[in-house]
Each structure stands twice: as C-alpha cells, then as structure tokens.
Write a protein that binds this ligand. Structure first.
Ligand code: ADP
Ligand code: MG
Ligand code: MG
Length: 887
C-alpha cells in the first residue's frame, strides 16, 4: 500500500461520480457543496478504508487516522472553532453512507464533541442552555447505544420516566434543568451497564464513532437489507464527518425530509414532512407526528420558496426525483442530503414518463428507470371498490404504501415471519417499526402502524418492498403482551388472528376480509410499455394451459403461447376417469378406447386456446409427467377408485406399485412415454390438428375463421432417434388429417432442450428435422447441475450465502454453467439451420437477468406466466438499451 494514498476527501474535493469511493451520501454532499448549495462543511472517509478496516481486524490504519486529523484541522480552521472546545465548540455528525443507499440500516451519531465542559460553552455561546443540554443528551444516547452498546430502550426508559415526573408530553416540554438531569442519569446508566464512563475526550469520541459506523456496515439489519435487495459487490460504507447545524435551537428551527415529487403516486408536486424544534431522526422515528411540508409555506414563505427552488434545481441537475434532508437553523436553510428518491412502482412509471415529457430524459433512459420486478406491484390487486363500500371502515391512517392487503393480525415481527412461513396471510401491527423488524415486514402482506408519518421507517421500507402499508394511525391502542388491538373511536377490540383489510392508497382500515381485484393497465403504464415494445427485439410469449390464462396474458401483451402443458387438461372433471382407464387398461385396444374418450375434450381445449391467441403461435407440449401422477396414493382413494372402475383393489394396488419409480424425475416420463405407448401422443396430435383445421376453416363453435399456428413440442428428448421416431408419427397423422380436410395448416415440430445430452447433440436433432428449440431450464438446471429441485431447497440457501452459487439457480439462471449448455445447443442447432427458432419456457423466462441473457444469446422469444409478461416486456427492452450503452 502506497503511503501517499488518499483516504479522506474534503467535500470540495469530490463529486457525484465518485459514489463507489465516497458513498452516495458523500458524493452528493460533495456535488452540492460544489454547486454552491448550503451544505454544512465536512469530509468523507472512503469506502476503501472500510474494506481495509475489516481486513485489518477492525482497526483503523495509522495513516488513515493521520489523514482524518489533518482534515479535521482544516475543517476547524474553516469554521473558526475547535472540536469540543470548552468555550465555543465545533460539533460534528458522523454519518454512514455506502455507494447504494441502505436507508436507516447503518448508524449515525450527532452532536459529537460535546462533553461536560463544552456543553456549558455551547449554552453560553447560544444563550440557550435548554438547547445545549438537549444536544448533549442526544449525543450520549446515540453514542451510548451505537458505540458503547447500551440498549436504546435503557435511555428511552429514563427519558419517559423524567417526562412523566415533570408532566411533559413531548421532549420539547422538558426544561434545561430537566435535560441536565437526563444527562446525569444517562451517564450513570452507561457506567452501570458497561463499567466505562462516557468519553469526555472529543478525539476519542470521534474515532469511536468512526469505528462504530464501519461496524454498522455488517450489523444484522444492514446485511439482511443487502440480501433482500440483492445489493452485492460493495467495498463497504464511507464515513462522513460533517459540521453540525441545529434544528433544535427553538421554534425558528427545525428539520425535515422532502421529495421533489410524490414518492407514492409520482405526482409532480413537492412533498414532505418536517418538525420544528427537532433534530435528526425525530421526523422519521415517528416520535412526534410531523407536519406536511406545505405547512411551511404559511410558516415561512421565503424559506419554503428557497427549499422548493433548491429541490427543483437538484432534480434538474440529477435528472431524477430527489429525496432531500434539510435542517432549518434559526431561519436559515441547510441541505444535509440529496439522493434519487425511492418510490413505488406506480410513482416510478409516472415519473419516468413525465420526465420524458419534460425533456429531461430520453425514452430509453425512462425504460431503465423502472425495475421490471417492481411492476409486480402494479399488476397486483386492489381492494374491490364495491366490496369496499359495503365493508366497515374501522379507522384511517396515512396512505404510506399503495396496494391492498388482507390478512390476520400479528403483533411482532417474529410472529409475522413464522406465520407467513406456514403459509398464512398476515398483517403486522406495530406502534412503530424499527429496522429490527425487517424480516417480519418482508413476510407480511401489509403493515399497520400507530405512530410515524409518510417518511417513517415503516413507510419507507414498505414502499421499497412494494408491501401495502398504513402508517400513523393514532386511533390504535396496541397491547403487544395481551395481543389485542383497540380502536378508540369505534371502541372495537380485535385479537391476534382476527382479519383486517388495508387500503394502502387511501389509508383506510377495514374490518374482516375484503375481495380484491386486478388493476388498470392503461395510462402511464401503457405508455411506458409501448416504448418498451418499440425497443425490444425479443418476443414475449406466455405459459398458459387454459383459454382464460391465455386471455389474461394477451391483456398483458403476450404474443403467443410458449408452453401449453397438456397434463393439467387430464385432471379436469370426467377426464381423469378416462385417463385412469387408459393407464389401467391391459392392452392396446383398451388404451385406445379410453383415449378415444379423451380426444373430444382435448380438441375443445385446443380450439379455445387457438381462439384466445388469435393468430399467434401456440406451442403445445405433448404429455410430460409419469403416469403414476394420475393415480391416487392414499388407501381411501384407492378403494374408491377400485369401486368406481369396477376393478379389484388388489389388481389396482399391483398396478400402482408396478408404476412406482425410485426417481420419477429421471423415470418413465416425457417422450419416453410415447416411445412405449405411442397411442397417447397420437391422440394428442389428432386433437391438435383437428382443432386447428376447425378453427382455421370456419369454426363450428363461433363461425369465424382464425389463423392457427400450432407448434408441437416433444418433451424430454435426449437422443436424436427419440425425436426421429416421434416426429415421423406426428407428421403422418397431421398430413393425413390435412389431406382429408383439404386444408393446409402452418405447423412446426420441435423439441424441448432440457436433458443435457440433447444440448450436446443439438445439431443432430436439427438435422433430424427439429424446427424449434425451447429450453426447459427447470429440468436442464436439475439435470445439468445434478440438483433435485424438490430436495435442494434444504441446502441451496447455504450455497447462496457462501457464494457457491451467486443466486438460487432455480430462480435465476446459472449463466456460467447451465447457460453454457444453452449456448452450445444454440451454436450447434443454428450451425445446421441458421433460422432455428429458439425460446425458453422454464420459470426463468420471466426473470429479468435471465431475459437479458436470452437477448444476448439470440433467442427469438421468452415465455413466462401471464402476470410476468409485462415484466418480461420491460426487461427485454432494458436488455437492448444496456447492450447499446455498453458499445
Ligand atoms: P441515514 O443514512 O440513516 O439517513 P444520516 O447520516 O442521513 O443517516 O443522518 C440522519 C439524520 O441526522 C439526517 O437526516 C439529519 O437530519 C441529521 N444530521 C446528520 N448530520 C447532520 C448535521 N451535520 N447537522 C444536522 N443534522 C444532521
Ligand atoms: Mg439520511
Ligand atoms: Mg421439463
């Protein structure tokens, strides 16, 4: 390590493009300082230092300490004050800030530099002892907790106690003397709990705080936040040391958080909250309920105007909606942080579209501004408006995060987690949430809090997760111990397990379960999607087995069916009987008789699908699962079936056990069924082609004629010969039927590539006549990586946390390994037939990272479940923009 390496940057030395090194907060404080915005001066210790700190056994290198002291001296000179000086102390904050923001997950310490002497100096200098003691007690509380490890509640307890004895409702009602007493008791508490005194030496305080902020990079909640949000590859947090400004200097001072546009709806209207005579986290901690920022316009119009103008200037500069933290010190405005604001999916879409309209960004940038997975929120349910009208509103809070949630009440994060694990829908009810609740919040369908505003912890985190949240519902009395929830106004008591429904867009809370309904897809959403459609190259198909699913998918923009699984059709109503009859038949004649009963049903299924897809291609996978899946497993059902089928129980049981397989995934399934029982596929192919002929002529059912493009797909092919044998049978049936009817249908025969061997001989399979490949990435992952999907859940989490696999390979395609099999098959296949049609139909087909891979590898389409179709459309467009940006 070179001695001259720079570890510490004054704000003036950085800029917004240095976020990797200075963290997002540091880079933006630097940028704003250089823009001439009123930012309290300070300096940033780089993220590299955090990395070194951990590598060095959680100790700061001496050269880092030296550089910190040098920058501190510069800051002291600039401010004309010395850190912790007894007469006129410089006070600083020590703030975390990584390259990607982890809101509220790491630690911050304010008012550093105060001690038993300098508190008196500050009181004198400001002529405001109350303020000085309030600042000191805040420092001891934060430092005691974050650096010295004394429970936060120990301090809260003391504060509540003194407030009670003095008859004070809010912290602001306490006098200087009261606060002095708080300070004494805080200090005693620290000494009593850990046996060490609160440090009086300002430099000791400073380095203690710096280390604590570095430590907070790896606290549990920061780690969990990074996991949940898939934040990887960062060096660590930077540390910002910044001159304090004070929002707790009296009624002409305050602190707040604002957004240049509404983060819930996206409306281009200034939005935020503030509290007068308050400091730091008071607004977000939900201790007092803050005022809407619009109220500042009445209170101090000039300052309000300055705030709005600064916000808009930053928005133009960063070309995105800004989330701004500010403090007012005796009527003067300071900006303490600005960043691109977190927002709901609704807001993300609206803001992206409107910024294009305002000429600030291009359509391509707009497409990159919306996380495809977040569209899930938009596609998700709302409370049914009619059911809502009839339901009883029991109370109303703030509409903190939109959507609807219906579930049973739980009172703690751990209960929320446990119940959700067992499959229940829960609503987490808390007085206020804290970062420790993160797992429970993640598990809950909805969150309801009694305290805190629109920028409270609960609200911010819920919006980020896309979870419905109603916050600041002051009508609630929560008794966590008794597990009861009392609604003051209605005088209703609910208990754990009772159902409520939340409307996160209005803040209303309803008694019981309310029906939900699907959302509106036009407007800004429609506009953004139309831009995505202009840009993307990949086609998006859907996995659908019923005309209903096919119609839903069409509404979401699907351009064909990439996978119709025919086995689902075998289970419905009377069909399962015929299927079982076929399985139990002792000879070919018997099987054919049973299959003949199934044929008309199958034909009707395909007629429905062809109509729904109205001219788009429909890929039908011939029967895939092993036959024992269609037979009962429980004794009771076996007896019933025997009676129904008029067979002897013993015979039935013998048949079932003869079909038993030790490893069904690798057993008698897919095309292997048709090699031994070709009549099954014969029936399916007959149904497909007869349906196609009917729909393309004038349909008997509706009289219309529709273009039909069936693509017949053979599953689980491993060898060329399997494909050849089955293909020939299919062609024979199709050609005969078409000749009979005098109709020509444009059809294709292709194969799934899901057995690794098929990927290795892909060229030969194309030579044998395959006209398309569809990658079945579930099986391909299973067989390619040797991971049983049904068993791997037990250890895959551990694999991911140790970085053995970057992601669960069943959720996000393993591009390095399974991806290589896919690349190989494509190269081989297209070496024979350059226009070979290529798609993906595994669950991965709706996953944005996998979609980007499919785009790069020259797929023709991806296919996914109906609700993921819009996600895939956007992800496919992003893949194009990202590719362009790389060049
Ligand atoms: P987080 O990353 O959790 O938001 P911050 O470092 O932004 O933590 O600090 C939290 C709050 O502390 C800020 O929003 C601000 O209100 C207050 N704060 C931080 N530094 C200062 C400062 N120098 N002067 C006044 N208030 C500060
Ligand atoms: Mg902040
Ligand atoms: Mg498969």
């Amino acid at each position: 390590m070179s001695e001259t390496k720079k570890y510490v940057y004054a704000f003036e030395e950085g800029n917004k493009d240095m976020r990797e090194l200075l963290g997002g907060k540091g880079a933006n404080l630097a940028e704003m300082s250089n823009l001439g915005i009123n930012v309290p001066p300070g300096f940033t210790i780089t993220t590299e230092v955090c990395d070194l700190y951990y590598k060095n056994g959680k100790v700061l290198l001496p050269e880092v300490k030296e550089q910190v002291i040098i920058k501190l001296k510069e800051l002291e000179r600039k401010m004309g004050k010395t850190l912790g000086d007894a007469n006129d102390p410089l006070l600083v904050s020590v703030r975390s800030g990584a390259a990607v923001s982890l809101p509220g997950m790491m630690d911050t310490i304010l008012n550093l530099g105060l001690n038993d002497q300098s508190v008196l100096g500050l009181a004198n200098k400001t002529n405001n002892p109350r303020f000085a003691w309030d600042s000191y007690r805040r420092l001891i509380q934060m430092y005691g907790n974050v650096v010295m490890g004394v429970e936060h509640s120990e301090f809260e307890h003391i504060l509540e106690n003194i407030k009670n004895t003095k008859g004070a409702k809010f912290d602001t009602d306490l006098t200087a003397e009261d606060l002095q007493e708080v300070v004494t008791r805080y200090k005693n508490k620290i000494e009593q709990v850990i046996g060490i005194d609160f440090p009086q030496n300002p430099l000791e305080q400073l380095f203690g705080a710096i280390n604590a902020v570095f430590n907070s990079w790896n606290n549990y909640r920061a780690i969990r936040y990074r996991q949940i949000n898939d934040i990887k590859g960062l060096l660590g947090t930077a540390v910002n040391v910044q001159t304090m400004v004070f929002g707790n200097l009296g009624e002409d001072s305050g602190t707040g958080v604002c957004f240049t546009r509404n983060p819930a709806t996206g409306e281009a209207k200034f939005y935020g909250e503030y509290l007068m005579n308050a400091q730091g986290e008071d607004v977000v901690a939900g201790i007092r309920t803050p005022l809407p920022v619009a109220a500042l316009e009445n209170q101090n119009p000039i300052l309000y105007k300055e705030l709005v103008e600064t916000g808009l200037r930053l928005e133009k500069h960063y070309r995105d909606m800004q989330d701004i933290e500010f403090t007012i010190q005796q009527g003067k405005l300071f900006i303490l942080q600005a960043r691109n604001g977190k927002r709901t999916a609704t807001a993300a879409v609206r803001i992206a579209v409107e910024l294009v309209g305002e000429g600030l960004i291009t359509k391509e940038e707009a497409i990159l501004r919306v996380d495809p997975n977040s569209l899930n929120q938009l596609l998700h349910k709302q409370l049914d408006p009619i059911a809502k009208e009839q339901a009883e509103v029991i109370t109303q809070g703030l509409p903190a995060s939109p959507g609807a949630a219906v579930g049973e009440i739980v009172f703690t994060a751990s209960e929320a987690y446990e119940k959700a694990q067992s499959g229940l829908d829960v609503i987490l009810v808390r007085t206020e949430t804290s970062p420790e609740d993160i797992d429970g919040m993640h598990s809950a369908k909805g969150i309801l809090t009694a305290r805190g505003g629109m920028t409270s912890h609960a609200a911010v985190v819920a919006r980020g997760m896309g979870t419905c949240c109603v916050a600041g519902c002051s009508d609630l009395i929560i008794d966590e111990k008794a597990k009861t929830l009392f609604f003051k106004e209605k005088e209703i008591t609910l208990r754990e397990g009772d159902f409520i429904s939340l409307d996160g867009s209005t803040g209303k809370v309803y008694l019981g379960k309310i029906a939900t309904q699907d959302p509106e897809l036009g407007g800004n959403f429609g506009t953004l999607m139309s831009w995505a459609d202009e840009i993307r190259r990949l086609r998006i198909r859907t996995n659908a087995d019923t005309p209903y699913d096919a119609q839903v998918a069409r509404k979401f923009g699907a351009e064909g069916i990439g996978l119709c699984r025919t086995e689902h059709m075998f289970f419905e109503g009377d069909r399962i009987k015929a299927v079982r009859e076929m399985i139990l038949a002792s000879d070919l004649e018997g099987r054919k008789k049973a299959l003949a009963k199934l044929l008309p049903y199958q034909k009707q299924d395909f007629i429905g699908l062809f109509h729904a897809m109205d001219g788009y291609a429909v890929t039908i996978r011939l029967l895939d699962p092993p036959l024992h899946e269609f037979l009962p497993k429980e004794d009771k059902e076996i007896y019933e079936l025997a009676r129904e089928m008029e067979v002897d129980v013993g015979t039935l049981k013998a048949k079932i056990s003869s079909l038993h397989e030790f490893n069904p995934m690798l057993g008698h399934r897919g095309c292997r069924l048709a090699i031994t029982y070709p009549e099954i596929y014969d029936m399916q192919v007959t149904a497909i082609i007869e349906a196609a002929i009917e729909v393309s002529s004038s349909c008997k059912t509706c009289g219309r004629s529709t273009v039909v493009k069936p693509e017949i797909m053979i599953p689980l092919v491993a060898t060329t010969k399997e494909f050849t044998i089955l293909k020939e049978r299919i062609i024979k049936i199709v050609e005969e039927k078409m000749a009979e009817a005098g109709v020509k249908i444009e059809y294709k025969i292709g194969t799934m590539i899901e057995v690794p061997r098929a990927a290795l001989v892909a060229d030969k399979i194309v030579n044998a006549g395959a006209e398309f490949f569809s990658f079945g990435t579930n099986d391909l992952t299973q067989m390619g990586a040797g991971l049983s999907r049904d068993d791997a859940g037990k250890f895959l989490k551990e694999y991911v946390s140790q970085g053995i696999y970057e992601y669960d390979p069943f959720e996000i395609l393993d591009q390095e390994g399974i991806g290589e099999l896919i690349r190989l098959a494509i190269v081989k296949g297209r070496s024979v037939k350059s226009d070979l049609k290529i798609g993906i139909c595994g669950e991965h087909g709706g996953e944005p990272k996998t979609i980007e891979f499919c785009h790069r590898e020259g797929f023709n389409y991806v296919s996914c479940s109906p609700f993921r179709v819009p996600i895939a459309r956007l992800a496919a467009a992003q893949a194009v923009v990202k590719e362009k940006n790389k060049k």
